[in-house]
Unconditional design. Sequence first.
Length: 478
Amino acid sequence: MRRTLVIASIGAVLALIPALVLFDFTVDDALIIARYATHIARGAGYRWNVDGPITDTITPLGFPYVLAPFAHDGPLSALAASKLLGLVAWLIGAAFLAVAVDRSSNDSKRFTALLLVPASAPLAAWSVAGLETGIATSLASIAVSLIALGVPRVGTSFIGIAAALRPELTPFAFVVALVPSPGKRAAEWKHLVTRVALAGFPFALVAIVRVALFGRPTPLAVLAKPSDPALGLKYAIACFLLAGPIAIVAPIAVRRAERFAFVLSIAIAFHFGAVAVAGGDWMPLSRLVVPVLPACVLVAAHLASVADARVTALRLLLALAGEIFVMMKIGPSAARVGPDRLELVRQLEPVLRDARVIGALDVGWIGASTEASVVDFAGLTDPAIAALPGGHTTKRIGPSIIDKHGIDTLVLLRARGAPTETPWTNTLFDRGVEQRVARFPDIGDEFVVVAESSMPGLPYIVLRRRDDRANGALIEGP
């Protein structure tokens, strides 16, 4: 028992150190969840806008209810709670993972696999990003660890819950349900059927609830962000090379290892295939593959006990090289995301405070700046816009959206290095939907620039409808 506690503590510490380094990482979508949680806490319900409809914005259905007790002071408080919750969850998952690695064999080389944990920027950053990824990763880590420790049915239940949070994990979950525990005989069919049912039931239940509430089994994000398998394949390959899974590329050793490692490797391969089909992800740091990285660590530990030491060292060095490259290349900028977003809110909150209806593409930080209604040009919070042709940054919205929603304020992102031109409609904007808005007929006469962000890399401009110009001062950020 004492050894178990020591090993578990080591695993948690290995996960904690990089997470603290990257603790300020977040993404705009985390603030979307936080705004939903705030409205629940204040009695407005599961809504993006207080006076808007209930919408299926959040991929992990109902997750804002978990954050609602911490959201009374607003979205930023909910975000802080979500970051801490994700971190604690991942530390528990890492503790289970370390114990499973310790018990994988008596070969001391097994511990080299744990080096993949502190070197991983994706594992660290997404555990504290404020999304559900840290929790899903913890559940997946606990799941494969419990199977490795001889408790397959309980482990399968955990991976089923993880798949309910992140639907792209479903193929991985079904294969994990078939993974035999090390040293155990193959399970009887009736036991396998039970485990497959446990793996699929949470996902199916969420899909049924979605159909009943929203008329579709998938999250709104699937509609708003149509998949592109070609981009997804590039994404999956890049993640495979840079996020650590290259450590388990061992076609000879895997045949000598326990069937546990072989079948778990197949499950990991299924997940990368699912990510490719899903079209990858626009967010940084390999988000969609993070939940299976603990499984990669566990497979690497099993392979280390049966493979040639030199080959094991080579695989591990290649994997660590990719991880360290990502940590050094992206880690510093990732750690600045949170402070930069807070500064953006501080700069532009005074002019957004008086807006009635804001139209924008990046709506998370805006929703944290004001209680005004926000029209989401990406469609992540609006089914009607989500259904329009185009990706989430290129939705083919029309000029009628301004009057239909009563938009009096626009927040658009300039292309980096591009100045605000006169007239402002000649400005080069960053995304397709913003360029489209700038080409609306008479938009230059109807809206005027009232504020600009001075944040490096975040050159937002705020435009106010001319009739409403008196509602906001003509200001610039410091």
